[in-house]
Design a protein around this ligand. Sequence first.
Ligand SMILES: NC(=O)c1ccc[n+]([C@@H]2O[C@H](COP(=O)([O-])OP(=O)(O)OC[C@H]3O[C@@H](n4cnc5c(N)ncnc54)[C@H](O)[C@@H]3O)[C@@H](O)[C@H]2O)c1
Length: 273
Amino acid sequence: MSAAPGRFDGRVALVTGAGSGIGAACAARLAAEGACVGVLDVHAAGAKSVATTIRAKGGTATALTCDVSDEKQVAGAVGDLIASFGRLDVVHSNAAALGPGTYGRDQDLEDLDVAVWDRTMAVNLRGALLMVKHTAPAMADGGAFVLTSSVSGLLGDVAHVAYGTSKAALTGFVRYVATKYGSRGIRCNAVAPALVLTDVAAQALGRDRLADKAAERLLPWACTPEDVADLVAFLASGESRCITGQTIVIDSGTLAHRPEHALRQWRAAAESL
Ligand SMILES: NC(=O)c1ccc[n+]([C@@H]2O[C@H](COP(=O)([O-])OP(=O)(O)OC[C@H]3O[C@@H](n4cnc5c(N)ncnc54)[C@H](O)[C@@H]3O)[C@@H](O)[C@H]2O)c1
């Protein structure tokens, strides 16, 4: 999975939620390997800034402002991208509702405002559907869809039932997309990260929660956005030509074990300090 400059030469990629965090790293990575990239985000300033940074480094990128839950906006943004670059090979559907009004209010199941559930599903799930629906007809045969899921879609938790359920649904969705488009050589996979150390995540969690997360994983390091970009680029490239319909966990070993063992180890290490 090492960086191979030119892997996406002559290809066109669209990354949603690319105005910050993981999406920004993935857009930069695809561009660095030769793709012309559509940097799509609901926040125009974020999309413009990421596209400008890519161009400053010699890459090719255009900023697209679009709410992925809105079908007309999605159709318009996809049309604009294809008008600019003439083809489409890779779609990374990565945007998610993570703000204080959605993820922040997605706490207790019994107190959950249905508006929070609906908005979370609209962005995280309907957004993925709309991206596939409006890009697949124009996608080159042999292209690839990559979706960003989460380990929250593979585990239960006391909070974030809407977020986790939306991500769980993506596990099914990738199989449907893989099934429909397999005969065109178009693949569809999802990446499921545990904690990824974006600036926002590091600030939002604080020291204690970050220590809890460290205790949950086997490796001493958490994933960075660039680690996720490595996996996304692999799944978008011909190197993964026989992989489709899969949700690939990238979590530094968070889900690979029963938690008691790691917790004991970390407690012992903390006590010995
Ligand atoms: N950071 C983590 O620890 C982590 C872990 C697991 C999964 N994820 C997933 O990774 C993806 C990216 O998250 P991130 O951590 O980089 O967060 P982020 O907040 O930095 O990025 C999310 C981006 O999506 C955009 N967005 C939100 N709603 C949108 C909409 N309706 N239309 C278009 N764009 C919209 C935001 O403006 C933002 O730029 C998400 O799907 C998230 O669920 C993140």
